[in-house]
Design a protein. Structure first.
Length: 366
């Protein structure tokens, strides 16, 4: 049975009557809820981070994440609805992350959304987390042009897409091994900078020299749009081993700055190769790693030089949030996608394997 297909239609509430949409996100370590207005404006965006729960373990513990979502979800949703200054009964739909993500964590959000939808007779729409990140590019910049190139860089994904006018996302390239966020998190762990690693490296790198230490930068040929960060990670490990003594704070800063530079330069270089090949002039960069200050600077500089229209979301929409889920879900409802109380979680990403594949995006289901 295909757990990801919407098979059981909502009876009384099958129709989508435009109005405020509640978004719920619980795929990893943020419990989030947000409300978008009838017109798609963000009325509230509440994110409760679980950093305190996981930091002593140096990473996300799936079972603890699920339990924390269970504890937090009701109050986070209540807060989002009250900050939006609406009543739950005025909601028009609930959009919820279906996957990819941690199974237990996803189940909490999806079960909550289905119960709410059932109780209030609202359509419930399942949203792919990557579609949510992609939608975040339009939250602060609704007129951002399509077709465009989209780079999704998060803890689990480093994916380059070409987004078409009809909403299809064509996969142009992705990472062969670690995601960029994973490279940040693992690097920070080796450097003793803690969890979450991306913001920690971003911070410490400001005090270091990005040219101090040479790190490998995977290119794979001029036209290659694949990424690989495992060699970089191994290189950091060996450099630390070679040092024999614990690195000083200055050395840590140099290592962090040089390591970060290797990641962000490759991300920017490949993304601009994709732009060049596609002859498109608009670029969206989304996902947690798009919060990186050095990456944002490089992208802005290159976009100005190349006359590229750039959309990098404000920081609150880069890392996991529910406004992006509400935005993607709202678009799916507008496009006429059917909703279902039979939806199930999709912990694994549902895209093809090689080359040009179509992501289950904003287009109507057949
Ligand atoms: O999108 P996101 O919040 O969750 C996933 O979908 O994975 O991305 C989380 C990732 C983590 O790996 C985190 O270290 C990274 O985004 N991240 C950053 C920064 N802020 C978050 N990486 C580099 N620099 C940052 N400022
Ligand atoms: Zn994410």
């Amino acid at each position: 049975m295909d757990l990801c297909s919407n098979q059981v239609k909502l009876s009384a509430s099958a129709g989508w009557h435009p109005g405020p949409v509640l978004g719920i996100e619980s795929s990893c370590d943020e419990t989030a809820a947000a409300v978008l207005s009838h017109e798609g404006e963000v009325l509230s965006n509440v994110v409760s981070s679980q950093v305190a729960v996981h930091e002593k373990f140096g990473g996300v513990v799936p079972e603890l994440a699920a339990r924390a979502h269970l504890e937090l979800i009701d109050q986070v949703v209540e807060q989002a609805v009250s900050q939006a200054r609406i009543l739950k009964r005025n909601l028009a739909a609930v959009a919820v992350t279906q996957g990819p993500g941690l199974a237990g964590a996803l189940l909490v959000g999806l079960s909550y959304a289905k119960a709410l939808g059932y109780g209030l007779r609202l359509p419930v729409i399942g949203v792919n987390h990557l579609q949510g990140h992609i939608a975040s590019a339009w939250l602060a910049d609704p007129t951002f042009p399509i077709p465009c190139i989209v780079l999704v860089v998060s803890g689990g994904h480093t994916h380059l897409y070409r987004r078409e006018v009809d909403g299809r996302c064509i996969l142009l390239g992705y990472t062969r091994d670690d995601a960029a966020g994973e490279a940040f998190d693992k690097g920070a762990q080796m450097l003793g900078l803690g969890y979450p690693g991306g913001p920690a490296i971003d911070h410490v790198a400001h005090f270091g020299d990005s040219n101090a230490i040479p790190f490998p930068r995977f290119r794979g040929g001029k036209r290659n749009l694949e990424f690989s960060f495992s060699g970089l990670k191994t290189s950091l490990l060996y450099k630390l081993r070679e040092m024999n003594v614990l690195p000083s704070p200055d050395q840590i800063a140099d290592l962090a700055a040089s390591y970060q530079e290797a990641i962000v330069q490759v991300l920017a270089a490949k993304t601009f190769v994709a732009l060049e090949h596609s002859k498109l002039a608009s670029l969206a960069v989304v996902g947690g790693v798009s919060a990186n200050s050095r990456l944002r600077t490089i992208l802005k500089e290159r976009a100005v030089q190349g006359h590229i229209r750039l959309s990098v979301p404000p920081l609150e929409y880069c890392t996991d949030n529910a406004a992006m889920i509400a935005a993607a879900g709202r678009q799916m409802l507008i496009d006429g996608q059917q909703q279902s109380l039979g939806l199930d979680i999709c912990p694994m990403e549902t895209i093809g394997t090689e080359g040009r594949v179509q992501v289950n995006s904003y287009s109507k289901r057949g």
